[in-house]
Design a binder for this molecule. Structure first.
Ligand code: FMN
Length: 279
């Protein structure tokens, strides 16, 4: 676990195209409230050249074929003591620059030691009451899938640019998240959460089964006297512990090798589907 005294460098990842927009203001407000006045560096993801993942899996064993800004941003995350990630809700999802960066995230498996457990907080800004949809979940995925430790999160209602800090709700969320960033304990959300990963996003499968979107655990739930109980088994592929993340990386390398062994046979199987009209 990283201690407060180590927190000298913060990285703010801004997932909005808007300069001095609500995400940027939240990042600055949170950073300013972190004890010890750490230095804040920021990155506006939309301004970076982050090309789409080619799905070649080469990054698991060597260098990514893309020569773009991804590795510079990943390096900045590795060098920071803690990370603040803020993105707006767009059409009920997270701004695409967050997922576009995360799509390249198999490269994180080569940096598990440097990334795992690094404190991070998640912010989604949303202009409409209850309009955030899966925006915060997308930011949480960014943090969890890179192996960072989610220490706190907030949806901040912010309709006009500036609302995030003009309205008291945003300012108090920023102060809460700044304190969470330096707190030694694990983050536990209020209310019902996954016993495996503390995630709070679920899919009901039929009348009794439940699936945790955050960790992929499947289980059952019961409601008794207004109390909701979740029983969720650890997923086959977990990211929760450092050794889980490292072993998933190794499993992926094994899958790549297996695919390479089968490649010629598979080419024959898909040959009848070659061609077609594309726009
Ligand atoms: C293209 C677009 C789509 C949006 N979609 C949503 C939405 O689905 N739900 C919502 O609550 N707000 C939506 N908003 C509003 C933004 O999430 C909100 O204004 C946010 O505070 C913007 O943060 P920023 O200033 O950092 O860009 C949308 C804004 C834009 C420009």
């Amino acid at each position: 676990m990283r201690s407060v005294t180590e927190m000298k460098n913060l990285l703010g990842i801004i997932g909005s195209p808007r300069k001095m927009g609500n995400c940027e203001l939240m990042v600055k407000e949170i950073a300013a409230a972190v004890p010890g006045s750490p230095k804040l560096r920021m990155v506006r993801l939309v301004e970076k050249d982050i090309r789409p993942c080619k799905a070649c899996y080469r990054c698991l064993v060597g260098d990514c074929p893309h020569q773009d800004d991804f590795s510079g941003v990943l390096r900045a995350i590795i060098e920071a003591d803690a990370v603040i990630v803020a993105a707006p809700a767009y059409l009920r999802g997270t701004h695409s620059c967050i997922q576009r960066f995360l799509d390249r995230g198999l490269q994180a498996y080569r940096h598990v030691d440097a990334l795992y457990g690094k404190p991070a907080v998640a912010v989604a800004t949303a202009g409409v009451e209850d309009g955030e949809g899966s925006a915060l979940l997308g930011v949480e995925f960014f943090i969890r899938q890179l192996g960072l430790s989610l220490k706190g999160r907030a949806v901040v209602r912010a309709t006009f640019p500036g609302d995030a800090i003009v309205l008291a709700e945003g300012r108090s969320a920023a102060h809460r998240l700044a304190a969470a960033l330096v707190s030694p304990g694990d983050y536990t959300p209020e209310g019902v959460s996954c016993p495996e990963c503390k995630g709070t996003y679920f899919e009901f499968r039929g009348m009794t089964a439940i699936y945790c979107l955050s960790c992929g655990g499947v289980g059952s739930f019961s409601v008794d006297g207004g109390k909701v109980d979740l029983m969720i088994a650890p997923p086959a592929h977990s990211w929760r512990k450092k050794e889980d993340m490292a072993s998933h990386g190794k499993w992926l390398i094994g899958q790549r090798e297996e695919f390479l062994r089968q490649r010629e046979r598979r080419k024959d199987a898909v040959k009848p589907y070659l061609g077609g009209e594309f726009i």
